[in-house]
Write a protein that binds this ligand. Structure first.
Ligand code: NDP
Ligand code: 2IT
Length: 452
């Protein structure tokens, strides 16, 4: 083992013992660390300044009680989190996740990823993440509002357009952002638009923010395909999930001439050999807030696969591209094997850390192009930063201009990952390219700002 690899291992052992049981956090740290031995050999100053140790300890971790009352008058206590992970490049920036699986370790893994992702956008944003173990499923609109208000009643004191700027993630969309912003405005007595992103376009939101993560993922994937001499045109694709990221990824794949034949939710998947009917999917998920099974009920040619991940559709249809857009660790080694047998040529992550390390290894051994989430899904947070920019100048941009900016940013993220991988002698390794480019930018800023 090289001295750098030994140093990395030592820090990783500390991460495990200081953060017991936080497996997702360990996984996210390990994945970045695996890309760093050569970086540390070239930059001993990072080791001298304990950059790795500092990057594994968030700047601030806030945990709070969220009391709220349901429609029947029963009081519930949820747990709220905000991890203000790293502010070397700008105010803390990152989404809020409302899902019963959320633990401190979940928020730490997402915050850790966010730091490097935000660096890759080239925009002045630090990294943070937050959320709650509140389960929004089957809750009424009034319950969602009361919960969001209670969340913000505590969270507001830690936020600000130059301090920490949340946005959406799983379970948090336009409706929740509205209730959160309203409560912040009421408590702070300030119309501080830039305190949260993902707002409605008539009250400070940016055009394209809703579409940005899904579109951006497909832009990134298209650059990867082009670099390999192909494109989306004529391809068959699978997208997991059917939420914000998935819906707009499907839309962009269709615009670029591909056909998405499968999508899913946490209960099951649909296989639609004619291509997902987006109007119907949006009606089911965004308007009725129903399960994806109801899509299949209304679409005679589609099959519903109860309790099955969407990757199983690759047993029924040849698949060229897979875009995991639901949640972490949702594509494992067996799923990777299914996709490889089906002829997949690229897997590009719209979600955060959806592919297990074993699955990534398997895909790369089979020479499948692999685009990591911290690069591929950066379009969402990048457009959030564009929303902050519009708020700061009290301006709003056209859809065309905003999409142009998003498309340029994704092209730059792709170029940075590809050229960094080349510089380090591992061409085509987008995982290492993204990790090294993000890490060195944050590390250099931390070095310049002293031991803080
Ligand atoms: P949504 O809440 O809009 O949609 C989430 C989708 O994933 C739903 O279809 C949901 O199904 C499914 N899902 C959630 N949890 C699980 C689970 N444990 N097992 C299986 N399926 C699950 O969230 P988003 O689309 O916003 O987020 C999706 C992913 O993209 C997340 O990893 C998020 O961190 C990441 N991301 C989001 C960005 C954004 O701008 N929104 C930006 C960058 C990354 P069900 O309805 O059944 O729960
Ligand atoms: O994971 C992510 O990048 C997000 N959920 C979006 C964060 C943001 O601040 O827009």
């Amino acid at each position: 083992m090289s001295p750098s690899a030994k140093q990395i291992d030592k820090v990783f052992q500390q991460v495990i013992s200081r953060n017991p049981g936080e497996h997702e956090f360990h996984q996210a740290v390990r994945e970045v660390f695996d890309s760093l031995p050569t970086v540390l050999s070239r930059h001993p100053e990072y080791v001298e300044a304990s950059i790795l140790e500092r990057l594994c300890e968030p700047e601030r971790q806030i945990i709070f009680r969220i009391p709220w009352t349901d429609d029947a008058g029963t009081v519930h206590i949820s747990r709220g989190f905000r991890v203000q992970y790293n502010s070397a490049l700008g105010p803390y920036k990152g989404g809020l996740r409302f899902h019963p699986s959320v633990l401190l370790g979940t928020v730490k893994f997402l915050g850790f990823e966010q730091v490097f992702k935000n660096a890759l956008t080239g925009l002045p944003i630090g990294g943070g993440k937050g959320g709650s173990d509140f389960d929004p499923k089957d809750r009424s609109d009034a319950e969602i509002m009361r919960f969001c208000q209670s969340f913000m009643t505590e969270a507001y004191r830690h936020l600000g357009d130059r301090v920490d700027v949340p946005a959406g993630d799983i379970g948090v969309g336009r409706r929740e952002i509205g209730y959160l912003f309203g409560q912040y405005k009421r408590i702070a007595n300030r119309y501080e638009s830039g305190v949260i992103t993902g707002k409605g376009v008539t009250w400070g939101g940016s055009l394209l923010r809703t579409e940005a993560t899904g579109y951006g993922t497909v832009f990134f994937a298209e650059h990867m395909l082009r670099a390999a001499g192909t494109s989306f045109d004529g391809t068959t694709a699978l997208v997991s999930g059917s939420g914000n990221v998935a819906i707009y990824a499907i839309e962009k794949v269709h615009e670029l001439g591909g056909t998405v034949v499968g999508a899913s939710d946490s209960s099951g998947s649909v296989y639609d050999p004619d291509g997902i009917d987006l109007d119907l999917l949006r009606e089911v998920k965004e308007v009725s807030r129903a399960r994806i099974s109801s899509y299949a009920e209304q679409r005679p040619q589609a099959q519903y696969l109860e309790g099955t991940r969407v990757w199983a559709v690759a047993q029924k249809s040849a698949v060229d591209v897979a875009l995991p857009c639901a949640t972490q660790n949702e594509l494992d080694e067996d799923d990777a094997a299914t996709l490889i047998s089906s002829g997949v040529t690229a897997v590009v992550e719209g979600a955060n850390m959806p592919t297990t390390p074993e699955a990534i290894r398997r895909l790369r051994e089979a020479d499948v192009l692999f685009g990591p989430g911290k690069a591929a899904n950066a379009g969402g947070v990048a457009t959030s930063a564009l929303e902050m920019q519009q708020n700061a100048t009290r301006d709003s941009w056209s859809a065309e201009y905003t999409e142009q900016r998003l498309s340029e940013i994704m092209e730059n993220v792709h170029t940075r990952c590809a050229s960094t991988a080349e510089e380090y002698g591992i061409p085509g390794d987008y995982v290492a390219g993204a990790n090294i480019a993000g890490f060195t930018q944050v590390a250099d800023a931390m070095l310049a700002q002293g031991v803080i």
